[in-house]
Design a protein. Structure first.
Length: 201
């Protein structure tokens, strides 16, 4: 999945820097993932099987327990998340705590979720670890997890202050990560990658 700043001459819409949610809503359902950050349209192609495996594992070990314990709701891409400056993004996984469920309406998440997770793929490191990192911090996303399938690692950013995350924690395969928004749910990082028939990202 390689995010690129899209050539808007090939897509009906405004010039780069002027894209809005309404413009995004009119884009074709062509199998690509489109996102708008600071008025710039980005496009990602289909992810690898390993990328999808990791996302599904994250849902199994975090999303399902959150649902069963009635802590919150997890959604997987494609789902539009509309926040200040990002209108919208489509993260790999989004968690909204039950008490904040009011932001889930009309087929979208219209507000700041409690947790966003992105899985790194070839070519998207700068996008997820720079552009999206800054955008999520500016929007006030409390926790942002970057899942690295090469290093078998989860990097958890939290406590956004002045448009930057104040805390970064790194968890390797043998370590356990817990999210502040999901007390009691423990994720052994290595479980995200175990058992995949193909680890090609």
């Amino acid at each position: 999945m390689i995010p690129i700043s899209t050539d808007t001459q090939k897509i009906t819409g405004p010039p780069q820097g002027q894209w809005t949610f309404d413009d995004w809503e009119r884009l074709p359902m062509d199998g690509n993932r489109y996102e708008v950050i600071d008025g710039v349209l980005y496009m990602s192609t289909s992810p690898s099987l390993y990328h999808q495996w990791i996302v599904q594992q994250f849902y199994e070990f975090v999303g399902i327990p959150a649902k069963r314990q009635e802590l919150g709701f997890m959604f997987l891409a494609p789902v539009g998340v509309i926040m200040q400056g990002v209108s919208p993004v489509q993260p790999d996984a989004v968690l909204v705590r039950r008490e904040n469920a009011g932001i889930i309406s009309d087929k979208r998440i219209r507000g700041v979720p409690d947790l966003i997770a992105e899985v790194l793929s070839p070519g998207n490191r700068d996008y997820d670890e720079d552009i999206k990192l800054m955008a999520y911090a500016r929007a006030g996303v409390p926790e942002y997890a970057i899942i690295d399938g090469w290093k078998k690692q989860v990097r958890l950013y939290s406590q956004p202050v002045n448009d930057e995350y104040g805390v970064l924690q790194k968890f390797n395969a043998e370590e356990t990560v817990m999210f502040a928004c999901l007390p009691g749910i423990r994720l052994v990082v290595g479980d995200l990658f175990a058992g995949s028939p193909d680890e090609t990202l």
